[in-house]
Design a binder for this molecule. Structure first.
Ligand SMILES: [Zn+2]
Length: 298
């Protein structure tokens, strides 16, 4: 009797265990000129098929490889040839090993290679991240800029210094009139500035200004996190960064401590519709000022 009950239970569990347990298909939006963006669970991924292979910008985490591939396969059956890392963080470059095994080459700014070649420590999360194995590291390296041609598209990679990290790249798809910003632009999220990876508020502002200079009012701006934006939204984000930075800089010059500045909530006016960690954003700005190693001043 007992075993029959168990069999019955097992049968009902099996019936409930869905053949449809597969995750829902990933959301992929067309941006025109053959370019698409996967709204990924770890970060947004740009997908551009060329004549013989696909270029992607960022490859999410190792654990979301299947999702990333499903997004790519929804627009092209060609092999993935190039993966551009916008920076080294693992929600953007964690898939490098899997894509390398599948035959892709990783393209990145030199500091991404430097950081992925040694253990990293992310101070805000108290997290040690081991070096990537040799075969997963970037292969095509640039310092300031690199252009890639794929089909009819020219993809311009432009390094912006000491912004979200010390190895950020903006990716400009000329014909599609799209700029992928990586984590230099968080849309509707208080930005994370990774000071322990060489990021700074001054570089974030400069990086956004670089993107504004390469776009027009018809451009689409793709943040790594959050929805695709207009140039006007990027401009508003720039003004927000500048306003909060100026408030924090003024307070620090007056001798206010970090605790006092955080408690004064200089970013409070921007809370509506925002996610993310407001206090951590303010702390990173406070920490960005007064360091001799910073080249850019407001
Ligand atoms: Zn990041």
């Amino acid at each position: 009797m007992k075993s029959r009950m168990m069999l019955g239970l097992l049968a009902s569990m099996l019936a409930a265990a869905p053949v449809s347990a597969a995750p829902p298909p990933p959301e992929v939006q067309s941006l025109g000129n053959g370019l698409s963006v996967l709204i990924g669970s770890s970060c947004n991924v740009l997908i551009l098929p060329g004549d013989t292979g696909v270029l992607i910008v960022d490859d999410q985490r190792r654990s979301t490889f299947d999702e990333t591939m499903a997004g790519i396969r929804s627009v092209s059956d060609l092999p993935v040839r190039y993966v551009v890392d916008t920076h080294w963080h693992l929600d953007h470059s964690g898939g490098n090993g899997s894509f390398t095994k599948a035959g892709a080459v990783i393209v990145a700014q030199r500091n991404v290679l430097v950081r992925r070649s040694a253990e990293q420590y992310m101070a805000p999360y108290k997290q040690h991240i081991p070096a990537d194995p040799q075969e997963s590291r970037p292969v095509i390296i640039f310092d300031d800029s690199l252009d890639l041609r794929l089909g009819a598209e020219t993809v311009e990679l432009r390094h912006v210094a000491i912004a979200h990290t010390d190895g950020d790249t903006l990716v400009h798809f000329r014909n599609a009139n799209v700029v992928a910003m990586g984590d230099v632009f968080f849309n509707h999220i208080f930005p994370f500035i990774d000071r322990s990876s060489g990021g700074s508020i001054q570089g974030m502002i400069k990086g956004v200004e670089t993107a504004l200079a390469m776009t027009d009012e018809k451009s689409r701006i793709v943040p790594a996190h959050g929805p695709v934006a207009t140039r006007a939204e990027l401009s508003a984000y720039h003004d927000m960064l500048l306003d909060v930075a100026r408030q924090v800089q003024t307070a620090k010059r007056k001798g206010r401590t970090l605790e006092q500045v955080v408690a004064s909530h200089p970013a409070a006016a921007y809370r509506e519709g925002m996610e993310g960690e407001e206090d951590r954003f303010v702390e990173a700005i406070y920490d960005s000022f007064g360091h001799a190693d910073l080249h850019h001043r407001i």
